[in-house]
Design a protein around this ligand. Structure first.
Ligand code: SAM
Ligand code: F3S
Length: 451
């Protein structure tokens, strides 16, 4: 019996549905919420219709986050007619940022739970059921790591997320995260290693350590490279160790050496650059110039020449000239990224950039997005073509309808057919020969394992 089956017990007290917006950290928070609701006797359902609890886990990083929430609540509110006891809970960054304004604007919301208060979710739901009124907990000083590891109901059968740093101490001019998630709080290395072991006990082979700036981790004398070594060496059952998101400021020799020294550390790094213009980077308060960013990539690649890199970029930041944008295109070209997440700048409440006029039109932001995206897609396609003929080790994420997909150690997405006489389950490690390449994925054929 799995942990989840044990928690659900035989008679469920109802069903819950979770709607998650945003990053892996939000996915991990939803996994914690799912575990809490299951421990309370509820059973997961894949549709909002018929659910007794709906938890909307919000993201405030980009504009219209609140609008998205109110639209979602509008849809879910209508379900209260068919399921009279239905309770709607809202969590995540929009809940933290907008607070009780949400209850004024959307009285159908029964529970508001802040980014550090998830552990209160089921208590608040009980209170709301008993009183018939809305209840909230929005205290960013509460302990964000108080939910026991055994409670978390992981959503992927292969890759387990583990948040090691909450919050962010950086002050990027455009970013709402420091406001919604507060200052950095790190978990102790002992508790992290213990949780990794418990994930391995539960059959996971790949662990992804999470934090908004995960490589800023520090607990006493233990910094992030120390933590990577501790986790890496903790248990041989770990096949792959990953982490995200990293900040260039905390990339140094010691950090880069981990990619050379730790064989089970995946050769993949997400390192947001945001812009290639020094003027814009300074205004964004990123703490590095374009040249310094490229120098850090060089250090990383000296230690691990095949390191796969991806990044985030913002286009249309206030005052971004055509020259600034050109500099971004150049830095992106020189960086040779495996993937790029391009965002159109959007002003966020409580950030310093909101005081600047949002002077690049939407049409121009979209044009810049298109130009940069086309450049990146061309580069990715030709880079990916270089993998044709290679055999890649793939950790299978999904199997359906005779097809499977999974990730290589470099986090490249690979699709392949599953022969009729082969039984394959998520979590398997297989060898796939690459036959075709696209900008964002590879396609291959299963070959007998070389191991
Ligand atoms: N911690 C990460 C880092 O070191 O940069 C990023 C966290 S942020 C939640 C994810 C990405 O969203 C950022 O890297 C940035 O590119 C984008 N982003 C954040 N605020 C934005 C805004 N106001 N407008 C557009 N994109 C934004
Ligand atoms: Fe946001 Fe910058 Fe921190 S992008 S999450 S303030 S590193």
């Amino acid at each position: 019996m799995t942990g989840r089956e044990r928690r659900i017990r035989t008679v469920a007290k109802g069903k819950y549905f979770i709607d998650t917006f945003g990053c892996q950290m939000n996915v991990n928070d939803s996994e914690k919420a799912a575990g809490l609701l299951e421990a309370d006797g509820l059973e997961r359902t894949g549709t909002a219709q018929g659910a007794d609890v709906i938890f909307v886990n919000t993201c405030a990083v980009r504009e219209r986050a609140a609008e998205k929430l109110f639209h979602a609540v509008g849809r879910y509110k209508a379900l209260k007619k068919d399921t009279p006891g239905l309770k709607i809970a809202v969590g995540g960054c929009v809940a933290q940022l907008q607070g009780k304004e949400i209850l004024d604007r959307a009285p159908a919301v029964d529970v508001l739970v802040g980014t550090h208060n998830l552990q209160d979710l089921t208590r608040l739901l009980h209170d709301a059921r008993q009183s018939g009124e809305s209840h909230s907990a929005l205290d960013t000083k509460a302990d964000a790591f108080s939910i026991p590891a055994e409670v978390v109901s992981h959503s992927s059968p292969t890759r387990a997320y583990l948040t090691v740093v909450e919050g962010c101490n950086h002050v990027c001019s455009f970013c709402v995260v420091p406001r919604t998630r507060g200052r950095e709080v790190c978990r102790s290395p002992e508790s992290i290693v213990a949780e990794v072991r418990s994930l391995l006990d539960r059959g996971y082979h790949e662990v992804m350590l999470l934090g908004q700036t995960v490589n800023a981790y520090r607990f006493g004398d233990t910094d992030f490279p120390d933590l990577l070594r501790l986790v890496h060496d903790a248990d041989d059952r770990l096949w792959r160790l990953r982490f995200t998101t990293s900040h260039p400021e905390h990339v140094d020799e010691k950090f880069a050496r981990c990619f050379a020294d730790l064989p089970r550390l995946a050769p993949y790094l997400h390192l947001p650059v945001q812009s290639g213009s020094d003027a814009i980077l300074a205004d964004m308060r990123r703490g590095y110039t374009a040249r310094e960013y490229l120098a850090r990539l060089a250090v990383l690649r000296r230690h691990r020449p095949d390191l796969a890199l991806t990044a985030d970029v913002i286009v249309g930041y206030p005052g971004e000239t055509e020259e600034d944008f050109g500099a971004t295109c150049r830095v992106v070209r020189e960086s040779v990224f495996d993937g790029l997440f391009i965002f159109l700048y959007s002003p966020r409440p409580g950030t310093t950039a909101i005081r600047k006029p949002d002077d690049i039109s939407d049409a121009e932001k979209k044009r810049r997005f298109k130009v940069l995206n086309e450049q990146q897609q061309r580069q990715q396609r030709s880079r990916n073509q270089g993998f044709i003929g290679q055999v890649e080790q793939v950790l299978v994420d999904e199997v359906a309808g005779g097809e499977a997909k999974g990730r290589t150690p470099h986090f490249r997405l690979v699709h392949f057919d599953v022969p009729d006489d082969t039984t394959l389950l998520p979590g398997a490690r297989v060898d796939v020969e690459i036959r075709d390449a696209f900008p964002n994925s590879l396609r291959g054929e299963l070959v007998p394992s070389l191991n």
